[in-house]
Write a protein that binds this ligand. Structure first.
Ligand code: UDX
Ligand code: ADP
Length: 460
């Protein structure tokens, strides 16, 4: 196996961008080119002003600043990058299918297949092809079949190397991963990838498995994490009717070292590009093997999450005297979690959709999400016309301006700045009674009640 001197990464998104930036930072002797079909995205990655990178991720600017132009490059010339590379990472998106068989459940492998065909067409020498995107189990077989049958007679070694970074903490997660997982069949190809990670990850944290175990482990890790959130969210509803406090319950159970304290924060519902998609995928695979009990079990995690979002919206409506028609409700936050500008599957989208059905007047403030993105998210649902979405929902860049004359505030993302607002000043600006619906439990209920707010938090 030849020494890895050049890497290409297809897909410059939330996974490809940060991952390749850190690999380049830690391996200055390897030239890495990240390619994407999206010219605007590549231009943003190349923007001299590091504040304009296409994704917001704390610490990413410094890593890109260090490596870009040295051994890290961003380009739209996909063919050239593939042709020159010894190793190719595939980091294209794999959304849930919106059509045909498996619609709404299976992963759409269209982009992966296009990418595989492109690699097969262009490659004139042996390549190691690494799956970085989360994929359904046995995608490697599909990839291998396309590569071997349409290629130019060169050898392809397929590795699965799922990414476990969480958005908002991508850079620390990449710098200090709990583990790196590499699945494959060819020992020398595996070793070539191990060496790249060994530049900064202790060897004992680099796990190697067979291809299928690696692919499945990624789905299972996300399913277990999402299940914890749905589990505590189920308990939050019980807490609300019984007088227990879900934070106290989380703390009490989290001290049990077998349970552990992480990922037990009740919320308005999990979002993000991975959890729902990966569980739907798991459910689809289980059903395709006729494992109905297994499929039903995991499907509940999604159903409970949908219930949590809907329940939050219904609670707002009920509390505001069963009518929100024409009432101004300020959304603090639109991203699916803090410290990211990613909105995929964000709970805010679905809560807004419920309230807009009741003709509420929504004003959104998010420190990092653009108005275009917010409207795109709503329009994508197809519930009402784009002009109707723009009539009922406005986006502002000044939170205090938004709060003037508001009937209610709904906190949808746990951005730190919301905790530090002058809530007494907010109260003065709002209509009375002033409602706060805290979907992230970031404010102190006693403080808010002392200020005279009608304060509701999930699970209290
Ligand atoms: C997740 C996995 O954590 C990561 O390993 C994988 O690579 C991709 O999917 P991500 O979706 O970026 O990462 O963020 P994560 O921190 O896992 O949060 C997912 C969602 O769950 C967010 O909406 C978050 O607000 C919510 N969440 C998380 C809770 O509501 N409560 C919690 O206790 C934890
Ligand atoms: P993720 O969160 O998985 O990184 P993103 O949607 O943020 O997902 O990024 C995936 C990127 O892959 C997008 O920028 C998209 O334009 C790019 N992409 C998809 N298919 C191809 C392809 N065949 N060639 C190059 N880039 C592609």
């Amino acid at each position: 196996m030849r020494e890895i001197k050049r890497i290409a990464c297809v897909g410059a998104g939330y996974v490809g961008g940060p991952t390749m930036s850190v690999i380049a930072q830690k391996n200055p002797h390897i030239t890495i080119t990240v390619v994407d079909l999206n010219q605007a995205r590549i231009d943003a990655w190349n923007d001299p002003d590091l504040n304009n990178l296409p994704i917001y991720e704390p610490g990413l600017d410094a890593v890109v600043g260090e490596a870009r132009g040295r051994n890290l490059f961003f380009s739209t010339d996909v063919d050239k990058a593939i042709a020159e590379a010894d190793m190719i990472f595939i980091s294209v998106n794999t959304p849930t299918k919106t059509y045909g068989k498996g619609k709404g459940q299976a992963a759409d492998l269209k982009y992966i297949e296009l990418c595989a065909r492109q690699i097969a067409r262009v490659a004139k020498d042996d390549k190691i092809v690494v799956e970085k995107s989360t994929l359904p189990v046995r995608t490697a077989a599909t990839l291998k079949s396309i590569l071997d049958n349409t290629g130019n007679g060169v050898n392809f070694h397929i590795l699965s190397n799922p990414e476990f970074l969480a958005e908002g903490t991508a850079i620390p997660d990449l710098h200090h991963p709990d583990r790196v997982l590499i699945g494959g069949e060819d020992i020398r190809a595996i070793e070539a990838l191990v060496q790249i990670y060994e530049a900064w990850v202790p060897r004992e944290r680099i796990l190697t498995t067979n291809l299928w175990s690696s692919e499945l482990s990624k789905l299972v890790a996300n399913a277990f994490l999402a299940q914890r959130v749905s589990s505590i969210n189920a308990i939050s509803e019980l807490c609300e009717v019984t007088g227990a406090n879900v934070d106290e319950v989380s703390r009490a159970i989290g001290y049990d070292s077998r349970i552990g304290s992480k990922f037990l924060k009740a919320s308005v519902g999990f979002g993000g590009s991975c959890f729902q998609k990966d569980i739907l995928n798991l459910v689809y695979i289980a059903r395709s093997y006729n494992l109905t009990a297994v499929a039903d079990y995991w499907e509940q995690v999604i159903l409970l999450n949908d219930h949590q979002k809907e329940r939050f919206a219904q609670h707002i409506i009920k509390t505001m005297y069963n009518t929100v028609n024409g009432k101004k409700i300020v959304f603090l936050g639109w991203a699916f979690k803090k410290d990211t500008n990613d909105t995929r599957e964000s709970a805010a989208i679905y809560v807004a959709d419920h309230l807009l059905e009741e003709e509420a007047e929504i004003v959104v403030y998010d420190p990092k999400v653009s108005a275009e993105q917010i409207y795109r998210d709503l329009d994508y649902l197809g519930t009402r016309s784009p002009s109707e979405n723009r009539r009922l929902l406005t986006v502002v860049s000044d939170p205090y301006e938004a709060l003037a004359e508001a009937h209610a505030v709904a906190i949808l993302t746990e951005w730190d700045e919301f905790k530090h607002y002058d809530w007494s000043k907010v109260k003065d600006k709002m209509k009375k009674p002033s409602f706060v619906f805290d979907g992230r439990k970031i404010l102190n209920s006693k403080d808010l009640q002392d200020l005279g707010f009608q304060y509701y938090a999930i699970g209290e």
